[in-house]
Design a protein. Structure first.
Length: 71
């Protein structure tokens, strides 16, 4: 798995997941529960990971839709 997105913005994560799902790219969301535990101050970012074999296609999909890719 390779990190493709790290953000404190829940809307960016939701948008990225919808885009990846539309391309049939499987993803895994990390730190969901940690960001909930810390409250609403947004200190801990959530991360979105994809399989290494899907990274190129996933990053192109996100970039084409204005999302900055990490990694």
């Amino acid at each position: 798995m390779k990190e493709i997105l790290r953000t404190n913005e829940p809307t960016a994560i939701a948008f990225a997941k919808a885009l990846l799902q539309g391309e049939d790219i499987e993803w895994f969301e990390m730190d969901v529960h940690m960001s909930v535990l810390e409250g609403s101050i947004g200190v801990l970012p959530r991360r979105l990971l994809v399989a290494e074999r899907d990274y190129f296609m996933a990053s192109a999909t996100l970039r084409d839709n204005g999302i900055t890719v990490t990694g």
